[in-house]
Write a protein that binds this ligand. Structure first.
Ligand code: EPU
Length: 421
């Protein structure tokens, strides 16, 4: 199994470019069964999650391939095979998003329930509630969800006590675009990746109003054609790379990002007293005098602070000059990285859905275990500044969502190596 071996303490310098957003590619690619004709995504990152979704698509009669240039294309070849198997869906929850598109276009879909997840409880009840409101007859059978019937427009509230659901909104939206009549989705998620899916579907001929708000109005159309799409830059990768510059107190330029997608993160950088220069499509980190300021941070749905940046920001706060409190409002159990950071000398205490972090002056390298994608990124960031050697185990988690992260960090001067042990 691959590990990262990181020799900490190296200053970084230079420029690094952000890749296309994984979480935009996945729901867009999952929409392929809706389309008549070929779709393509021109700047898809090279990630194992995208390869997994392509494999699942091929099992449900969608041909797809990836070209060397990064272009991924998909086209329906056999609409009769509509079963997405457990063996693949359980490895990646986003594949549950084949349910809405397959059902809407084919009148039948059978998709495995994804099962457990190491960032906490992740139900799909709202996906099913939304599809039922559009006329789906849904039953659960042998661990699979079967959806049947013809989609018709409806009125749906998709909010919950936590806010809104990103993939749930995408799944239901994909059915609404081909439903007979009009649909209103209230409490829709407004994450940039949801907006990107909306814009892609509109390019395919869908009629959607309210993009980027909590209220989506959809006028169902009879068919959608394929389109070519350049997905938005990955805001989480961008902010992770910025923290690589900040945690090592270095000057680096992270380019090819959209600062307007990072307002809540930029606000917390400001509170931490770090030095950054925000350009039109870039962020430059600058060395600071003194230590990072402690702060409070709470994750919320967009435009709030993203849960997908919580672990990485916590790595930065382990070195703050005082006590910080990080609270998880999306996944209250998403704190496995806290225990691993403690193995590197951080002082972190769990209190319910919060972590209380007493900043320390230095971290020290240690063997640590990645538990999920963002937790692994946090451990790599901590390893960049820790004294000595950090060995991050199970880096297959990081390969799910960060394209060539070790190469990108090495190009900035970090001492990170992929090793097999
Ligand atoms: N929820 C329900 N019922 C549902 C769906 C969600 O109760 O039917 C709850 C969840 O348990 C959670 C909250 O709603 O408390 C928000 O979950 P959401 O549905 O928005 O998450 P998701 O759509 O399954 C996406 C990202 C995650 C990211 C979350 C939150 C993709 C492929 N995944 O998941 O990304 O953490 O939104 O922003 O887009 C990652 O990239 O590392 C990652 C986990």
């Amino acid at each position: 199994m691959d590990k990262f071996r990181i020799v900490g303490g190296k200053k970084l310098s230079g420029t690094v470019r952000v890749s296309g957003a994984k979480n935009a590619v996945l729901p867009i690619l999952a929409a392929a069964p809706l389309l008549d004709g070929r779709m393509e995504i021109t700047n898809a990152p090279h990630l194992s999650d995208i390869a997994t979704l392509m494999r699942i698509l091929s099992t449900v009669g969608v041909k797809c391939d990836r070209e060397h240039s990064g272009r991924v294309w998909a086209e329906v070849s056999d609409p009769r095979s509509s079963t997405a198997p457990y063996s693949l869906v359980r490895t990646m929850r986003a594949s549950f998003n084949l349910l809405g598109p397959m059902w809407a276009r084919r009148g039948y879909a059978k998709v495995s329930l994804p099962g457990g997840c190491n960032i906490g409880h992740r139900p799909v009840d709202l996906h099913l509630k939304g599809l039922r409101a559009l006329g789906a007859r849904i039953r659960v059978e042998g661990g699979y969800v079967v959806a049947e019937g013809e989609p018709v427009g409806g009125r749906i509230y998709l909010g919950g006590s936590f806010g809104s659901t990103v993939l749930g909104t995408c799944n239901v939206l994909c059915a609404a675009v081909l439903a007979k009549g009009d649909t209103t989705i209230e409490g829709a998620a407004m994450e940039p990746e949801v907006q990107d899916l909306c814009h892609f579907l509109i390019a395919c001929g869908a009629e959607i109003e309210g993009v980027g708000s909590h209220l989506l109005r959809v006028h169902g159309v009879k068919e959608l054609k394929g389109a070519s799409w350049k997905v938005i830059p990955d805001r989480i990768e961008a902010a992770t790379l910025v923290i690589a510059g900040l945690i090592t107190n270095s000057e680096i330029l992270v380019e090819g990002l959209r600062p307007e997608h990072l307002s809540a993160v930029l606000d917390r950088f400001d509170a931490a007293g770090v030095r950054i220069e925000v350009g039109e499509d870039s962020i430059r980190t600058l060395p600071r005098e003194g230590r990072i300021r402690p702060l409070d941070l709470t994750t919320y749905p967009y435009p709030g602070f993203p849960t997908d940046m919580q672990a990485q920001f916590m790595a930065l706060l382990t070195l703050a000059d005082g006590i910080s409190v990080v609270t998880e409002r999306i996944y209250p159990e998403r704190f496995i990285h806290a225990a691993e950071l403690t193995r590197m000398g951080a002082l972190i205490r769990r209190e319910g859905a919060s972590a209380v972090i007493q900043g320390v002056e230095r971290l020290s390298g240690a063997p640590v275990m990645a538990s999920d994608l963002r937790a692994s990124a946090a451990l790599v960031l901590a390893g960049l500044v820790a004294e000595g050697i950090t060995l991050v185990d199970r880096v297959y988690h990081i390969d799910r969502g960060y394209e060539r992260i070790e190469e990108k960090l090495r190009s900035l001067g970090a001492d990170v190596e992929r090793v097999q042990e």
